[in-house]
Design a protein around this ligand. Structure first.
Ligand code: NAD
Length: 242
């Protein structure tokens, strides 16, 4: 039997129209999974889905309706990759109530609701993979990303707790924490080239990660071979968190 095949499995990848989500969706397709990607912008989504041979659904995962739309369009999901855009930068003392609420809905509640939508079927079929994308900030909080720091920690602990409940049902729950990865998000946060060079110099690997390198960890956790790995945080960070 070939190692690392996903034929016959269906994956829902939210935030799947670009960056790390799209790279993960492409790799899951390469391993034979049927993939549905969800994001908010129809044109980007359609083009991305066409490129990788996936289905797509317009869905804002920060709302209950959006999550419902994604779950309904997907049908029975074996692999959930819960991912969305990260909260904007700010100092911790200056986060507005609205920004906390938005971060809570987009980063934490989205994962809780997506899991609620797909978990019953996974437990029935006794096979499931729940993987949420968090951030290097879980272990080492960044001064300017207070909402991300808090919400990623909440996602991490929620999935660890859930892992305890569903481990005996063939469902694993893990998080993948990207370090500095060369996507639109990183370019927006570090637009100044001198600042980007200084940051690269502080990363033990002396470079930014590639979306495909983060996706490889996500994809491995999705395989049958990773069945005994649950409740874990996998950092893909070039050594930043050491
Ligand atoms: P990105 O901004 O390139 O892509 C984010 C994706 O999520 C896009 O497809 C976007 O359309 C989608 N999206 C955003 N909000 C959404 C919503 N409400 N509903 C549905 N889809 C939504 O981001 P990325 O760099 O690929 O990062 C993915 C995740 O990893 C983000 O949460 C980010 O904060 C986190 N992260 C990234 C880095 C990095 O260096 N790139 C580092 C640490 C953590």
């Amino acid at each position: 039997m070939a190692l690392f095949r996903l034929d016959g499995k269906r994956a829902l990848v939210t935030g799947g129209s670009r960056g790390i989500g799209l790279a993960a969706a492409a790799q899951l397709r390469e391993l034979g999974a049927e993939v549905i990607i969800a994001a908010r912008d129809e044109a980007t989504l359609r083009a991305a889905a066409q490129d990788i041979g996936a289905r797509w659904v317009v869905a804002d995962v920060s709302t209950l309706e959006g999550v419902q739309a994604a779950v309904d369009a997907a049908g029975p999901v074996d692999i959930l990759v819960s991912n969305a855009g990260g909260p904007p930068p700010s100092l911790p003392s200056q986060v507005s109530g609205e920004a906390w609420q938005r971060g809570f809905e987009t980063t934490f509640l989205s994962t809780v609701r997506l899991v609620d939508g797909v978990l019953p079927g996974m437990r029935e079929r006794r096979w499931g993979r729940i993987i949420a994308i968090t951030s290097l900030t879980v272990g080492r909080p960044s001064l300017n990303l207070p909402v991300s720091n808090a919400m990623r920690a909440a996602v991490t602990n929620h999935l660890k707790t859930l892992a305890l409940e569903v481990a005996a049902d063939g469902v694993t729950c893990n998080t993948v924490a990207p370090g500095y990865t060369a996507t639109d998000r990183l370019k927006a946060l570090h637009a100044d080239p001198a600042q980007a060079d200084a940051l690269r110099a502080r990363i033990p690997a002396h470079r930014f990660g590639e979306p495909g390198e983060v996706a490889a960890a996500i994809t491995f956790l999705a395989t049958t071979e990773a069945a005994y790995i649950t409740g874990q945080e996998v950092l893909v960070d070039g050594g930043w968190g050491i």
